[in-house]
Design a protein around this ligand. Structure first.
Ligand code: NAP
Length: 259
């Protein structure tokens, strides 16, 4: 399917690896020029080179922490006006409710709620002026069904979800859509880190921890960054203009809910 977005420009945050990279690759395959970001310059440069070589699009890289005010300012200055924004950052650490104090919540809110809000605040006005724009926020299945070990994520991402529910409906008449894409478990470094925690706490191998989790997913496997990226690119396409303020699960059926 022609996504109809060749020649547009996207800022894809936290995209040297994992789900962000999957989104960047799928947008590049649709002919979208990219501004890519991550903290580590080496992996970012390598990924950008691979994408340029594979898809022939323009790729600008900015190595900066997207959750820090100065890092975000650097990224926004380099990006200029964009047609498409994909927000993403690392997820908060696991733990239990009694582990977390105010500072932990402030950090999680900064990274997974206030950062995407700041990026939207900066970039929506030009999308509105041009009467076309797409925003996809990478959140988590924890928004639909809380993950006990990820209370910081449950809280911060749900705050973002409430913001999007209201804001998306205010900008939709200008041809700008905002939606959230909710990953369940995908085979990325984050999944390895979470499985590592389970392996350690339960005294089992990493493989056993993964197999145990896979058994809980109706498709019996982890998702791939490619599958996730394809869903993101569709939401950014000309065909998705009537999809507004949605929270779309990509979780292999793991969230056991009717709606
Ligand atoms: P990942 O494989 O660990 O990749 C994270 C990417 O983000 C890397 O490119 C990393 O590069 C970059 N990054 C992290 N923190 C950053 C920051 N502060 N500023 C700029 N770049 C940053 O993670 P992932 O699995 O793709 O997960 C992406 C998001 O989805 C996370 O918020 C995660 O919690 C959420 N999620 C993931 C899953 C899953 O199963 N994978 C499930 C639910 C939710 P640098 O380290 O070099 O900065």
């Amino acid at each position: 399917m022609d996504l109809g977005i060749a020649g547009k420009k996207a800022l894809v945050c936290a995209s040297s690896k994992g789900l962000g990279r999957g989104c960047a690759e799928a947008l590049a395959a649709a002919g979208v020029d990219l501004v890519m970001n991550a903290r580590g310059a080496e992996a970012l440069t390598e990924t950008a080179e691979a994408i340029r070589a594979a898809h022939g699009v323009t790729v600008t890289t900015i190595a900066a922490d997207i959750t820090a005010e100065d890092g975000r300012a650097e990224v926004l200055a380099a990006a200029g006006d964009v047609d498409i924004l994909v927000t993403n950052a690392g997820g908060p650490p696991p733990g239990v409710w009694s582990d977390w104090g105010r500072e932990d919540f402030i950090k999680a809110l900064d990274a997974n709620m206030l950062t995407p809000i700041a990026l939207m605040t900066a970039l929506l006005p030009k999308m509105i002026d041009r009467r076309w724009g797409r925003v996809v926020n990478i959140t988590s299945q924890s928004v639909k069904a809380p993950i006990p070990a990820l209370g910081l994520s449950n809280a911060a991402r749900t705050g973002l979800t409430g913001y999007v529910a209201g804001t998306a409906r205010q900008v939709a008449s200008h041809g700008v859509t905002i939606n959230n894409l909710l990953p369940g478990i995908h085979a990325t470094d984050r999944a390895v880190a979470l499985d590592g925690g389970v392996a350690k706490s339960e005294g089992i191998t990493l493989e056993a921890a993964r197999a145990k989790r896979e058994a809980t997913i109706p498709v019996r496997r982890y998702g791939t960054a490619e599958e996730f990226g394809a869903a993101c690119a569709f939401l950014c396409s000309v065909h998705a203009g009537f999809i507004v303020a949605q929270n779309i699960l990509a979780d292999g059926g793991a969230t056991n809910a009717t709606i």
